[in-house]
Design a protein around this ligand. Structure first.
Ligand SMILES: [Fe+2]
Length: 389
């Protein structure tokens, strides 16, 4: 028994020490969200409950320590947030400019007394990055997309590692990056971890897949992202291209036994449809020379299509057709599919990217160029798509 107690002490002592020391450690992220011409949001997770903030500086070659840099906190209804999931929004920026950020933290040691919280000392966490704001006036838009990774970190890295030396505007995750959100921390690690070095510097946009709606922590998944609408459907623009991001929800009917009575996606899609009808009139979208729709489940229709695909085909397509969409980019089918305009109620081509491929996109105001690459970074498909206007 004595030996057992000694052994337990030896095992637990370092754990207890680390639990204290690691409270301010950035254990996931940072990742960049809702980057526009004038703002960005940096998100990260700390090992323990912290007050955490950003210091920002222009990327102008000056030392970070050249002067006192502005601090920005996450606030909720006027109060600074303490916790483990941090999201700090920096506003008032210039289009197409680069900014540096550093993450600082103070661990919350004891906040049990409402009038006297005790915090640890201020620490530079060592986590930092540089972000370039989007620029609607830029001559072109270039980005890369992956989809249907399903928790395969090795696949994620193989597809994104070649991007390290490319100058792209953002990375797009087009759904099913995880298979199930059984645990939100694991889901975050699998979504952001494999590209950690890239996405602390590169804006990240996300389209939800049907699998991100599954698992005990699925309702926490929206908390990992920031969009202009607060929903998984939103618009954004870079250079000549406006993007409308859609969410077709779960793939099967809501009453399917697999959903255990929790699916309410028909109502969700209907609300989204009402939003879509107005969103396409937004000048940010309507006035862009190039219009691209992003939806994990493509709005095509095959004889064996499932419920949400049929729904998207019937209800999203008429609005997208009238809005002058030039191209839809999707995933979901785990194989490469190209659907010509006019094949199934779509007046725009649809590309569903393979699950083991990266899709690279470049567009000017007159033309879209798309290429896909396999895990060896060899080109597998290439398309040049004229712009309608
Ligand atoms: Fe899917």
């Amino acid at each position: 028994m004595k030996n057992f107690k000694f052994l337990l002490t030896v095992i637990l002592m370092p754990l207890a020490f680390n639990a204290y020391a690691d409270g301010t450690d950035v254990v996931c992220g940072p990742w960049l969200q809702n980057v526009t011409q004038n703002e960005f949001t940096v998100m990260w997770m700390t090992g323990g409950k912290c007050l955490s903030w950003l210091e920002t500086a222009p990327d102008d070659g000056s030392a970070f320590e050249a002067c006192e840099r502005p601090r920005t906190y996450r606030t909720i209804a006027g109060k600074r947030y303490t916790g483990t999931l941090h999201a700090v929004r920096v506003k008032g920026l210039e289009p197409g400019h680069s900014y540096r950020y550093r993450i600082y933290a103070r661990e919350v040691l004891d906040d049990s007394n409402a009038y006297c919280s005790i915090y640890g000392k201020e620490l530079n966490t060592g986590a930092s990055g540089t972000v370039r704001t989007l620029d609607y006036g830029a001559g072109q838009c270039t980005f890369s997309m992956i989809n249907d990774i399903h928790d395969r970190a090795d696949l994620y890295r193989k597809l994104t590692d070649p991007l390290a030396d490319k100058d792209i505007d953002f990375l797009l995750l087009n759904g099913d990056i995880i298979s199930y959100a059984a645990n939100i921390d694991t889901a975050a690690c699998h979504t952001f971890g494999p590209a950690a070095d890239m996405i602390r510097n590169l804006p990240l946009f996300f389209a939800r897949g049907n699998h991100e709606g599954r698992g005990a922590d699925a309702c926490l998944i929206p908390g990992l992202f920031r969009t202009s609408t607060g929903e998984f459907y939103y618009i954004f623009r870079q250079g000549p291209v406006a993007f409308i991001v859609l969410d077709a929800g779960e793939d099967k009917p809501d009453t399917s036994v697999e959903y255990s009575g929790l699916a309410d996606y028909d109502s969700y899609r209907q609300e989204e449809l009402e939003w879509l009808k107005e969103a396409v009139k937004d000048p940010l979208f309507a006035e862009a020379p190039v219009k691209v729709a992003i939806c994990h489940i493509p709005s095509l229709r095959f004889p064996d299509s499932w419920h949400s695909q049929i729904w998207a085909n019937e209800y999203f397509n008429p609005v997208l057709n009238a809005a002058g969409i030039d191209l839809m980019l999707s995933g979901h089918h785990h194989r490469h599919i190209y659907v010509e305009a006019g094949e199934c109620g779509n007046s725009f081509p649809i590309i569903a990217n393979d699950n083991e491929a990266r899709l690279d996109f470049t567009a000017t105001s007159g033309q879209i160029h798309v290429s896909t690459y396999d895990t060896s970074d060899s080109c597998t498909h290439t398309y040049t798509i004229p712009v309608k206007r």
